[in-house]
Design a protein around this ligand. Structure first.
Ligand code: PMV
Length: 324
């Protein structure tokens, strides 16, 4: 049944092991975290209007109006998604989309995929359709392709289904049942970057250093097998060591930065078993594992150097309708 208004939320994610290598067919391990985006869709007279904080874009009768050029850059893939969904699902002359998020953007936590998935869910609910998870993913993937060019599909996938899972492109995945709850440290270095450019950077590295890249990838493929074993018992110490090794590989392919290296070092010096960048790198977030009862203390110790540090809960639920 069509509604006047519908709300949905979707989680961000951290990649525990395997960013970039996943683009080349390796298996990555990813978990949904307790940072969510909320999207509210409402019926309006005509056209599409999208608001995210102070950024607003609207399109009526083919005329686009935006609060700034950066608002257009951020919101136009979503505009395309909403228009395509309206034309495929029908049932409304106009829609307003309002996004609110407690997740930093462009920081490796998958905020764009979460926004797309929550929009697909809220809009389809508004129009009286119940989308299957694979349809939500398809719509979110469409927007990601416009944003990143060559996404592996890991972000649309995890934000749709949630939990913790292995992922291999184009669409092979297996859920991982953790033996107990898992929390991690996350530092946002504050450096913003573009996933598309970093994926291109790695692709240039791989083309110019074929043998070395193949060897790094083979090393990663061995590492992830052991990483999966550590998750069966939540062997935090070994998980940390494998994160350190994964970070060395990411540094070797050129996606680490001085700030990331500093964050990794501060976390490890403060008591974490291991830390690594998460997502595309080039800035963004760093994650670390430590004993659960040490997390808050490590947070405190690192917060002077990196004020944007917090403890995140893992294996959170995927996209869902929120009843208001
Ligand atoms: O867009 P991010 O920073 O959340 O990271 C995506 C992970 C990559 O492996 C770098 C790209 C991809 O599509 O898998």
């Amino acid at each position: 049944m069509r509604r006047e208004r519908a709300k949905a939320s979707a989680p961000g994610k951290v990649i525990l092991w395997g960013e970039h290598f996943v683009v080349y067919g390796s298996t990555a391990v990813v978990t949904a975290i307790d940072c969510r985006v909320d999207v509210v869709c409402s019926l309006i007279g005509e056209g599409v209007s999208i608001r995210s904080g102070r950024a607003v874009c609207s399109k009526r009768g083919g005329v686009v109006r935006c609060s700034s050029s950066s608002a257009w850059r951020t919101l136009h893939p979503l505009m395309g998604l909403v228009e395509a969904m309206l034309s495929e699902l029908g049932g409304a002359d106009g829609v307003e989309v309002v996004i609110s998020s407690d997740m930093p953007r462009g920081a490796g936590l998958g905020s764009s995929a979460a926004v797309s998935a929550a929009t697909a869910k809220a809009l389809s609910t508004l129009l009286g359709h119940e989308l299957s998870p694979s349809d939500v993913k398809r719509w979110a993937m469409r927007a990601e392709q416009e944003i990143h060019g060559r996404p592996s599909g890991i972000d649309p996938h995890i934000t749709t289904v949630g939990g913790t899972l292995t992922y291999r492109r184009p669409d092979t995945w297996e859920g991982i049942e953790l033996p107990s709850s898992l929390r991690l440290l996350v530092i946002d270095t504050g450096e913003r970057r573009s996933t598309g450019k970093l994926v291109e950077k790695v692709s240039r590295f791989a083309a110019e250093n074929r043998t070395i890249f193949e060897e790094l990838k083979a090393f990663y493929d061995e590492l992830v097998k052991e990483a999966l074993d550590t998750l069966k018992t939540l062997d935090l110490k070994r998980m940390g060591e494998l994160m350190r090794l994964n970070q060395l590989l990411l540094r070797a392919v050129g996606v680490s930065t001085e700030d990331i290296e500093r964050a990794v070092e501060v976390l490890q010096r403060s008591g974490a078993y291991g830390a690594k960048l998460t997502g595309a790198g080039g800035g963004g977030c760093v994650i670390a594992v430590a004993e659960d009862d040490e997390l808050e203390k490590i947070c405190e110790r690192t917060s002077r150097a990196f004020p944007r540090v917090w403890v995140a809960r893992c294996s959170e639920p995927g996209v869902r309708v929120e009843e208001e």
